[in-house]
Design a protein around this ligand. Structure first.
Ligand SMILES: NC(=O)c1ccc[n+]([C@@H]2O[C@H](COP(=O)([O-])OP(=O)(O)OC[C@H]3O[C@@H](n4cnc5c(N)ncnc54)[C@H](OP(=O)(O)O)[C@@H]3O)[C@@H](O)[C@H]2O)c1
Length: 245
């Protein structure tokens, strides 16, 4: 995947890692970037970085009609970065824990699925392109401090493997990103070592250029996956081979 001259769409572009993606894409020479956010006014500062190349887009990924309308308007996309995500707290045994878990699944899993379903034909039409999905180290082992979020990211990890297999024949590369803690609003108040959002975005763009499927962008991620990435990948490829040719 050549990031230079690509046309990217980044969800959740108004802050955190999403903004870092837009900045890194500008640096890497992307031709056009659709910066998507629920509140289009929150994108003003980001668009100001390169108003000739960044197009603000109103998009709630849980609103399927809006997802389809954005896809209709952004027919030139070659790189879809599914970055938007939410996290709840409080554990599984509070009064609202089922609603919290549903909100996380609706956004992190079903919202991403809607985006991929809407943009897969566009990527195919434009030569294959690539999809980036934001998982987490907690996709492979539950962190009970945000247990239902971990479950939603585990579901997204499984979904990402399916997308990779189903879109292989149309030449769409599918990249999974597994960060440890990153210094954004999402980890505010969590007293642990965190890396900068730019470290994640830059690692992902490098991985796209290098043709990698999985990105471990920081020391926590690299430590978590050091011993397990190979057997996990072997199992993924084994089960992907069950797909009819
Ligand atoms: N921070 C970490 O430690 C970490 C680690 C691993 C993975 N991740 C993943 O990285 C991604 C970015 O996280 P972040 O740290 O940058 O978090 P963040 O600062 O909380 O940003 C989350 C972004 O997602 C957007 N969003 C939430 N729900 C949405 C919806 N329904 N439709 C469209 N956009 C929506 C938010 O928009 P609003 O401004 O409208 O709320 C915001 O732009 C997430 O998928 C997260 O799970 C983060």
């Amino acid at each position: 995947m050549n990031v230079q001259d690509s046309v990217a769409l980044v969800t959740g572009a108004n802050r955190g890692i999403g903004t870092a993606y837009v900045e890194a894409l500008i640096q890497a020479g992307a031709r056009r970037i659709y910066a998507a956010a629920r509140n289009i006014d929150s994108l003003k500062d980001i668009v100001a970085i390169a108003p000739d190349r960044i197009i603000p887009v109103a998009l709630d990924i849980t609103d399927t009609a809006q997802v389809n309308a954005v896809a209709q308007a952004a027919q030139d996309v070659t790189l879809l970065i599914n970055n938007a995500g939410v996290i709840g707290s409080g554990g599984l045994f509070t009064a609202s824990s089922v609603e919290t878990a549903q909100w996380e699944m609706n956004t992190n899993y079903f919202g991403t699925l809607s985006m991929v379903r809407a943009f897969a034909p566009i990527l195919q039409k434009n030569g294959g392109g690539a999809i980036v999905n934001m998982m987490s180290v907690v996709s492979v082992a539950n962190a009970p401090v945000f247990g239902s979020y971990s479950a939603s990211k585990a579901a997204l990890n499984s979904l990402t493997q399916d997308i990779r297999a189903e879109l292989a024949t149309q030449g769409t590369k599918v990249v999974g990103v597994f960060p440890g803690p990153v210094d954004t609003a999402m980890t505010e108040g969590l007293p642990i070592q965190k890396v900068e959002p730019s470290q994640v975005a830059e690692a992902v763009l490098q991985a796209l250029g290098a043709g990698l499927e999985d990105v471990y962008p920081d020391p926590v991620s690299q430590g978590t996956f050091a011993a397990i990435s190979e057997p996990l990948k072997a199992a993924e490829k084994q089960f992907a081979a069950w797909m009819p040719q």
